[in-house]
Design a protein around this ligand. Structure first.
Ligand code: PGA
Length: 259
């Protein structure tokens, strides 16, 4: 972890939590926040709970995000959510191109590109997810896959837009499986991503880029992952559903920065 960057710990709650459950979890995170306030914490509840979470965390300095966005501002797009609506509900961040969206809902690098542009156009910070399948890893195609995903989505942005994008490397085989990438595997891909960013936008932009790791991050593996030079924080699924484990991951990431 490079000391210049403050660790970012984002909790993707996926399709979990009622409004009441979301409030309870957000309150518990807020209670524990003073101890980890050197990190940026982002709570990413389902759409229905965004406003409630926003209200709960607003004074505390915790951030809120959404799990998806459409690229149009309004119109006949039943079931979609617009960047304008997310902004109004209090979001500052939005996850784009999560592998579950790609796998179950047909999202592609092209839709990720359009959504990223729309989010940036409304002052939302996109958290753009990339990552390879198990088959791609076993066939030594990981880096090629990552390169293609970046080239077809965020590398079409100009420099000032790209500077506001958070990247999340999430190997698909590690998501929800309890099988995290080893620190070495994560570092290899993170440093590759940073080198591609440097090639496209220059070293200064690459040095400042925030690259999160996601995939079975837990309190007991967060420290060793966060110690890697190019791992700037985490996108956490399962372990973000309990305040204690989410906060413990933030504590471990901070310990790694200070180490
Ligand atoms: P997981 O999910 O931590 O439950 O593996 C990560 C994610 O999907 O972002």
């Amino acid at each position: 972890m490079q000391t210049l960057r403050k660790p970012v710990i984002a909790g993707n709650w996926k399709m979990h939590k009622t409004i009441a459950g979301a409030r309870e979890l957000a309150e518990a995170v807020v209670r524990g926040f003073p101890e980890v306030s050197q990190a940026t914490l982002i709570l990413i509840p389902p759409f229905t709970a965004i406003q409630e979470v926003r209200k709960t965390i607003s004074a505390a300095g915790v951030e809120v995000g959404a799990q998806n966005v459409f690229w149009e501002e309004k119109g006949a797009f039943t079931g979609e959510i617009s960047p304008l609506q997310l902004k109004e509900a209090g979001c500052r961040f939005v996850v784009i191109g999560h592998s579950e969206r790609r796998q179950h809902f047909g999202e592609t690098d092209e839709t990720v590109r359009k959504k990223t542009l729309a989010a940036l156009g409304h002052d939302l910070y996109p958290i753009v997810c990339i990552g390879e399948t198990l088959e791609e890893r076993e066939n030594n195609q990981t880096l090629a896959r990552i390169r293609t995903q970046l080239e077809k989505s965020v590398f079409s942005l100009d420099e000032s837009s790209f500077s506001r994008v958070v990247l999340a490397y999430e190997p698909i085989w590690a998501i929800g499986t309890g099988r995290n990438a080893s620190p070495e595997q994560a570092q290899e891909v993170h440093s590759f991503i940073r080198s591609l960013v440097a090639g496209r936008y220059g070293k200064t932009v690459a040095d400042c880029a925030i690259i999160l790791y996601g995939g079975s991050v837990k309190p007991n593996n967060a420290f060793s992952l966060a110690r890697e030079k190019d791992v700037d924080g985490f996108l956490v699924g399962g372990a973000s559903l309990e305040a204690e484990s989410f906060l413990a991951i933030a504590r471990e990431a901070l310990r790694a920065v200070r180490d």
